[in-house]
Write a protein that binds this ligand. Structure first.
Ligand code: ZN
Length: 412
């Protein structure tokens, strides 16, 4: 690669700014290489491995790694072959003493968790909270308290927080930190005070759409190893979705693609929170399923427990409600798969709890409405559960840190 040659070969005489750009680019390549999944989790790459992976010279890798170790982003690990630290035989990994915070505001809970740079979720806290119609300021104050608890715990464990990501179930503008529309929270055009969440974190906090975050978490930590092109559908109070194409999230020009919950599956169906009617959400959102199954009012988590118990007991009304949701979900997925040339569907959020009962109905609809496009083996249930959106928000922050590391000394 030309980056390595420019740095190591000395061909030509690039301007000082260009030298610094190249050095930064090489630091990012080292970090990206260390972030790659390891075939054997116990075997960490050495400086020599990094040199062969990146095409940089060993001397160059040693200098870059020294800078990353000084900045606290990379740590040496494991015994050196000659028994001395710092020799080429020492394994390297992304530091577990630096981390990022993933946060989520949903309709009936808030959560926060700490992901270390190595990609392990070290702390995870969830608080039930009926947020629908609550003022954004009061929900953000509650979240700030939860995040402060996580930060205190991280600090006690010797982990420094570098940045964070917040997932919200609605259309958002990441640049300005604005929730354009979150119908299930009844928030519209709300600018969130994100800088108050992680005071002192160099990368700050970025706002994301919850379903996009969950789709990314699936890509990075879930079924992304099995499928390259899929529709991720997340059942919550609303129904969110994300499109993964070529192992990348396709968020659309305004970050609003993949809103499968508001794809119309019955033009004469019920009114929807988005202002339209007959959307998938009116059949597969929590309210619709609970009402159809005859589950009385209560907290969402209690009602979900009740539904799961009824499904396990073979209750006909519960099974029929979930099958109906799956039928319509399959219709929306069939159209989406045709439109976007997708070959798989991953079900997340509350659909994971209904997996054995909802998946067959989804498979049937896909076979009826888009035969041969998404086979039964390509309908998968997420294993990330309720932490998916938080993991995706944290994973995005982690990638920002690795793509633009801050706090590094300027190059020579
Ligand atoms: Zn709708």
């Amino acid at each position: 690669m030309s980056l390595g040659k420019n740095t190591d070969g000395g061909a030509g005489r690039p301007a000082p700014g260009r030298v610094e750009d190249v050095r930064r680019g090489n630091l990012v390549r080292i970090l990206a290489s260390l972030a790659e999944p390891r075939t054997d989790p116990d075997v960490r790459p050495t400086r020599a491995d990094l040199a062969s992976r990146t095409g940089l010279t060993k001397a160059s890798v040693s200098s870059l790694v020294a800078e990353l170790v000084d900045a606290g982003l990379v740590a040496e690990s494991g015994a050196a072959r000659d028994g001395e630290r710092g020799r080429p035989g020492v394994g390297l990994e992304l530091s577990t003493c630096r981390g990022v915070v993933g946060m989520e505001i949903n309709v009936d809970y808030i959560s926060a968790g700490l992901l270390d740079l190595g990609g392990t979720l070290r702390i995870h806290r969830t608080l039930e909270s009926g947020n629908r119609g609550k003022s954004p300021q009061s929900v953000m104050a509650l979240l700030a308290g939860l995040v402060a608890d996580v930060a205190a715990e991280a600090s006690a464990a010797g982990i420094e927080i570098l940045g964070g990501g917040l997932a919200v179930p609605g259309l958002v503008d990441t640049g300005s930190g604005t929730v354009s529309s979150a119908p299930n929270l009844k928030w519209h055009g709300v600018v969130l005070e994100l800088h108050g969440l992680l005071p002192g974190a160099p990368q700050g906090t970025l706002l994301h759409n919850e379903a996009n975050c969950a789709a990314l978490a699936e890509l990075w930590y879930g079924h992304g190893v099995d499928f390259q092109d899929y529709l991720f559908v997340s059942g919550e109070v609303g129904v969110g979705g994300g499109l993964v194409i070529g192992s990348r999230l396709f968020a659309g020009p305004r970050g609003q693609a993949g809103e499968v919950g508001h794809v119309v599956v019955d033009p004469s169906g019920p009114d929807c929170s988005c202002g339209g009617r007959g959307c998938l959400e009116t059949f597969a959102g929590q309210e619709a399923i609970f009402a159809e199954a005859g589950i009385p009012d209560g907290t969402a988590s209690a009602r979900l427990e009740q539904l799961t118990a009824l499904l396990e007991a073979g209750n006909a009304a519960a099974i029929s409600a979930v099958s109906r949701a799956g039928h319509y979900l399959g219709i929306a997925a069939a159209s989406t798969a045709r439109l976007m040339d997708l070959s798989a569907v991953v079900l997340g959020g509350h659909f994971t709890r209904m997996g054995p009962w909802i998946a067959p109905a989804v498979v049937r609809s896909l076979a009826d409405y888009a035969p041969g496009v998404v086979g039964p083996a390509s309908v998968a249930i997420s294993e990330l559960g309720q932490s998916a959106a938080l993991l995706g928000a944290a994973g995005s922050a982690l990638r920002s840190v690795l793509a633009a590391p801050q706090g590094l000394r300027p190059g020579p």
